[in-house]
Ligand binder design. Sequence first.
Ligand code: ATP
Length: 257
Amino acid sequence: MGLLEVHGVTKTFGGITANSDVTLDVSEWEIVGLIGPNGAGKTTLFNCITGVYPIDSGVIRFRGTDISDLKTHERAELGIGRSFQNLGLVRGTTVLQNLITAQHMTVPYGVMAGMVGAPETYAVEREVVGKADQILNFTDLMEYRNEIVDDLPYGVLKNVELATVLATDPQLLMLDEPSSGLSPTESDRLGDILLRLREELGVTILMIEHHVPLVLRVCDFVYVLNFGTLLAQGKPKEIREHPEVIAAYLGGETDAA
Ligand code: ATP
């Protein structure tokens, strides 16, 4: 049984079919890539999986349970964590505060107890800060712990966003173009972190990614969307050599790999 099963999903906006009968599986501990040209329907599929958009037809299962009708926060509580193409951080606060805010989705005391500082909240807060520090170490961000996020360079912010998603304890981590705007060195470092996430924390990853060398390095399996439908699927090396994928999307990019 896959961790995530997307079966025959169709999503239209007025006359535009953004996803047409899309089927894909993500098994536990896999790193799966979702690639395709601009407008192919990748972000729409992410929005359907996370519940931002209702689907027109098909079914989405998580650990075998149909989640197609669940709300976004209910899917998040089940363990689906997601990053955004544009950074989803709380401006004007520190990196640490962002990680604490993200964890409060799962902290077991009510908002009022947190606000008045009831005794049990102190122990919980210590735990929350401890977990934030572990994540900062894991993502090589400790040196930025107390920096205001607004002052940080983009490459660091992308990493902070990954850290905040990790702080929600996802079983399935959905990343939307995690390497966009990163330098080649930063992108390499991101690849290291993603592989360690899987190896050391057992996190499963589904990622939209344009940077072919990163996809080839970290992904076990790749799905290619084109005009809302699946054009191809396979291991990264098969995808790189797939004539239709090269024609529709990769073109000269395969040389870069
Ligand atoms: P990119 O790589 O540029 O982010 P994508 O593969 O993620 O592209 P989508 O953003 O999912 O593609 O867009 C797929 C199609 O659906 C496009 O034609 C887009 O204009 C359309 N679309 C997406 N969201 C909406 C919306 N909320 N309302 C209307 N049309 C939409």
